[in-house]
Design a binder for this molecule. Structure first.
Ligand code: SAH
Ligand code: SF4
Length: 355
């Protein structure tokens, strides 16, 4: 690699790479298709492996671009087979990805930011505040690095959720570019059903997501049934309260078969009362959705508790009987702190416990 060649190849989606190669080298569009295939589908990390490209051109590419992988700082394996990856980025900051093992599938949970600006009171990532957005190559780099690792174990995953650190719609452009790359049939080729972006409810960004036909499914963290409680838990609710959020979801242009996942983190005594259960169906009326109840993963120092299993099961039964497709996300990887809302770098976690 020559000096100064710090343009990351993984920062271009196919259309952008086509334009870039045309401008920089006068190359036709099929060159972009070749590169996308090599780096995203076959996951090569070195231009010398691109056997259908002549050596002089490979060398020119090698001078111009780098092919990114985050450095794997730590990998922990849970008793249930879930794996947590701590990646060190070029500037020394760290993010986590989790490969969640369920009976019938593997799901990769990726991060979209270092920390998060949203300040939700129950979430450990919030304690870090926002350090910075991840670049597209750092988002897709997590996917590629975990694919490299999984391949060694003979595993393939076909679901990706943006439910790690960060608010993906607060890093809109880089996340959208990553979604296009994940969806590209020459590259990762994940259908939009297999990729889910979870948001705390940034209404303007949700509208854009719908209008632009983002190649991913949407999940929204509702987590409360009154604006009072939701504003306390999720500060941006003051800006975009529940009814505004729900009317946006009702009007979202989605394929007729697309359903929005409504996530509901259950916090004992806070958002799991009889009144909450009674209000929820009305709030979700005419929202094309399915409900995912998330038993809270307790974070030391934040002061929230998980309701009993029976109580959560009762909610599920009631919502099912009201006609809502309702699932419960029983935690995976709890013994390695890999469950929802547990993601923070080791340093930050220590601060969270002591401070
Ligand atoms: N920022 C996005 C995506 C990352 S958080 C969002 O908020 O939707 C992913 C999910 O984890 C959200 O539904 C969030 O409410 C939930 N969550 C955060 N902390 C949690 C915890 N300690 N236990 C269970 N779920 C949690
Ligand atoms: Fe950010 Fe999501 Fe955590 Fe809220 S729950 S602080 S939006 S990561």
């Amino acid at each position: 690699m020559s000096c100064g060649s710090h343009v990351e190849l993984l920062d271009f989606d196919r259309a952008e790479l086509t334009a870039e190669l045309e401008q920089r080298f006068g190359l036709p569009a099929f060159r972009a298709r070749q590169l996308i295939r090599w780096v995203h589908k076959f996951r090569v990390k070195d231009f010398s492996e691109m056997t259908d490209i002549a050596k002089p051109l490979r060398e020119a590419f090698d001078d111009a671009y780098t092919i990114y992988r985050p450095e794997l700082a730590e990998r922990q394996v849970s008793r249930d087979g879930t794996r947590k990856y701590l990646f060190r980025l070029s500037d020394g900051s760290a993010v986590e990805s989790v490969l969640i093992k369920q009976t019938d599938r593997l799901t990769l949970c990726v991060s979209s930011q270092v920390g998060c600006a949203m300040g939700c009171k129950f979430c450990r990532t919030a304690l870090m505040k926002l350090k910075r957005n991840l670049a597209t190559h750092e988002i897709v780099g997590q996917v590629l690095a975990v694919q490299d690792d999984a391949a060694e174990l003979g595993e393939v995953f076909n679901n990706i959720v943006f439910m790690g650190m960060g608010e993906p719609l607060h890093n809109y452009d880089n996340v959208m570019r990553a979604l296009r790359l994940l969806n590209d049939e020459l590259g990762h080729d994940f259908s939009y059903r297999k990729v889910t972006v979870s948001t705390s409810g940034l209404v303007p960004a949700i509208e854009r997501f719908g209008q632009e036909g983002a190649p991913a499914s949407l999940a929204v963290s509702l987590n409360a049934t009154s604006d009072d409680v939701r504003s306390q838990l999720i500060p941006i609710n003051k800006k975009w309260p529940i009814e505004k959020l729900m009317s946006t979801l009702r009007e979202l242009p989605l394929n007729s078969n697309r359903r929005i996942t409504i996530e509901y983190v259950m916090l004992a005594g806070v958002n799991d009362t009889k009144d909450d259960l009674a209000r929820l169906p009305g709030i979700l009326k005419d929202v094309p959705c399915k409900i995912n109840l998330i038993p809270y993963n307790e974070n030391a120092g934040l002061g929230f508790k998980r309701p009993s299993r029976d109580h959560i099961a009762k909610w599920q039964d009631r919502l099912l009987s009201r006609g809502f497709n309702t699932t419960v996300r029983w935690s995976k990887g709890e013994d390695i702190d890999a469950a929802c809302g547990q993601l923070a770098t080791a340093n930050e976690a220590k601060q969270a416990v002591s401070g």
